[in-house]
Design a protein around this ligand. Sequence first.
Ligand code: NAD
Length: 240
Amino acid sequence: MKKLSVALIGYGKMGKIIESICVERGHSIHCIIDKADDFITQSQLFSTVDVAIDFSLPEAVTDNIHNCFNMHIPVVVGTTGWHNQLPEITTLCIEKNGSLFYASNYSLGMNIVFRLNQQLAKMLKSTNYKISIKESHHIQKLDAPSGTAITLANDVIKNHEGFKKWEIGTDSKDGILPIEVQRIGEVNGVHEINAVSEEDTISLHHEAFSRKGFALGAVLAAEFLYDKKGVFSMDDLLKV
Ligand SMILES: NC(=O)c1ccc[n+]([C@@H]2O[C@H](COP(=O)([O-])OP(=O)(O)OC[C@H]3O[C@@H](n4cnc5c(N)ncnc54)[C@H](O)[C@@H]3O)[C@@H](O)[C@H]2O)c1
């Protein structure tokens, strides 16, 4: 495996764990960008890295992605709260011959749950089960619902004709998939998909014990992306 020279964009809780996993795997952190101005003060260092990993803020991430495309640096994005802009960013990536990897959740376990959820939604489409989603995170999380809950909801909508859109809430209304959002303490991320009939309940439950699983997934994505062009997701990394 090639030892990569990495730029960290966002040096908060996730950035620091990603740094330690990069070092464990033999990569070096060449440049740390933790505010917009750092792109200017560190531009020389930044221009020489193999790959950048962005875990910053929803309001900063699209500018950061633009900077990476302009400097021809492949970028792995973990920041959430911007995926409604994915179509424009994908077009820009192709125009600029850039390299982008994005995922609302880099944990292997959660990506297994994504696939089980798609399957469950298909199997429930001609039944009377009422489906709902619930997510809980620590109180510092800025976006709600989580990017992961939105991915789960969109996958249900794609695979189950009974739903047209999702809404934050707990009520099951016609055509609307409810997402219940909780912000409590130090919770790293709990996601549940529940399907309830008059006879029983089916549940998929995922709980991240720490942030390490997300960080490892992002570093694996950087190892995958650094020599490729185009837009990639966990489906490409996990080859499903
Ligand atoms: N995709 C996943 O698997 C996954 C997992 C965990 C967290 N996240 C997301 O990652 C993001 C970061 O999470 P966190 O817990 O590390 O947050 P955090 O608040 O601890 O860290 C964010 C960091 O970004 C820095 N920052 C601010 N403006 C910046 C800019 N313009 N350029 C670069 N950095 C800037 C801040 O100084 C801060 O250090 C959030 O959007 C979170 O939802 C994603």
